[in-house]
Design a protein around this ligand. Structure first.
Ligand SMILES: CCCCC/C=C\C/C=C\CCC/C=C/C(=O)SCCNC(=O)CCNC(=O)[C@H](O)C(C)(C)COP(=O)(O)OP(=O)(O)OC[C@H]1O[C@@H](n2cnc3c(N)ncnc32)[C@H](O)[C@@H]1OP(=O)(O)O
Length: 305
């Protein structure tokens, strides 16, 4: 019991912990010992920015992002996110993840601009490694990943959604999704571009990236950036329905196929990872780029007044 609490310090189990015995342990794919519960039990764990609710009956975990006001991807958020995905990956009961937002109107506002503004090279490098790690974990996941996009999802938020296997978006024309980096005076890195090209094709990506297009929900469906639009209240239930179709496919066949499709893109970043960090740091710390970020943040804040 003590070991269990060490492994999952913030975990609230709805099952009866006292009944765990040595035979209640199972070995994960990586050989780690993990607790194994009877089929009817659910587990919810909450960290600073995420809630992870695992349903042992279905093997599906719902990961809900909750970092007010807009789920921007700070260094701390990204670190927590990658650890949570890694934990689920190692839990052999977990076959699928639904990623959603617990905030109104926003799935994720993308990278936290304040992590890139006025920061020194060391911080920028650490931040960028965390961004890479989030993408590597999600894009390379063996699990089925469904994005339940229940709000706007610009830039890094769009990357997160594109890294999933399937995207369901709330049918609200006020919500938008896309890689809008050029509007901030910055450039989407090659692996953001590759992820989008793998999702919507070369020409649509070329247009979207140069113009920094943020597609509203109907346009996002039209270009294939999302796979389904559903009424806002039904985003999560539609994601559950969609994932059951994916769960019916034998895991090994689906996983090998997924890897075949995604490995070349992942390997490209892995083999240039340090160079990509250096590029980011020298680009983002330029005075002209810092000025662009400042102007963009000021405009964001002015929209309110
Ligand atoms: C050869 C050279 C190649 C070099 C290439 C190498 C490297 C590449 C270099 C750089 C790559 C960087 C890639 C960057 C990716 C990103 O993700 S950048 C982030 C882009 N995000 C956005 O543009 C979204 C901006 N936000 C919004 O549009 C809206 O906030 C919204 C998400 C639609 C939500 O709108 P609303 O509900 O109305 O909320 P508010 O606008 O009022 O926002 C509330 C507060 O949150 C602050 N905020 C919003 N977004 C961010 C953010 N991304 N980061 C930090 N803070 C954010 C906003 O300012 C408000 O703050 P206050 O309440 O006013 O304090």
């Amino acid at each position: 019991m003590a070991t269990l609490l060490k492994l999952f310090p913030t975990c609230t189990w709805t099952g009866r912990l006292a009944h765990l015995s040595r035979k209640g342990w199972a070995q994960s794919r990586s050989g780690r010992l993990l607790p194994c519960f009877p089929a009817s039990q659910r587990c919810a764990s909450t960290t600073s920015y995420l809630t992870v609710e695992m349903d042992d009956n279905t093997g599906v975990a719902v990961v809900t992002m909750k970092s007010p006001p807009v789920n921007s991807l700070s260094l701390d958020f990204l670190t927590e996110f990658s650890i949570s995905i890694e934990k689920l990956e190692m839990d052999r009961k977990c076959r699928g993840v639904i990623l959603t937002s617990g905030l109104p109107k926003v799935f994720s506002a993308g990278l936290d601009i304040m992590e890139m503004y006025g920061k020194g090279p060391e911080h920028c490098a650490e931040f960028w490694r965390a961004v890479q790690e989030m993408w590597l974990k999600l894009y390379g996941s063996n699990m089925i990943t469904i994005a339940a996009v229940n709000g706007s999802s610009p830039a890094g938020g769009c990357l997160m959604a594109m890294a999933c296997d399937y995207r369901i978006m709330a049918d609200n024309p006020k919500y938008s999704i896309g890689l809008n980096e050029t509007l901030l005076g910055i450039v989407a890195p090659f692996w953001f571009k590759d992820t989008m090209m793998n999702t919507i094709g070369f020409r649509a990506t070329e247009l979207a990236l140069q113009l920094g297009l943020l597609h509203n929900a109907p346009n996002a469906l039209r270009v294939g950036l999302v796979d389904e639009l559903v009424p806002e209240k039904e985003v999560l239930s539609a994601a559950s329905t969609a994932i059951s179709k994916w769960l019916a496919i034998p895991d090994h066949a689906r996983q090998i196929t997924k890897s075949m499709m995604r490995k070349p893109t992942i390997d490209r970043l892995l083999s240039h990872r340090d160079q990509d960090i250096n590029n980011f740091v020298s680009f983002i710390t330029k005075d002209s780029i810092q000025k662009s970020l400042q102007v963009y943040m000021e405009r964001l804040k002015q929209r309110k007044t």
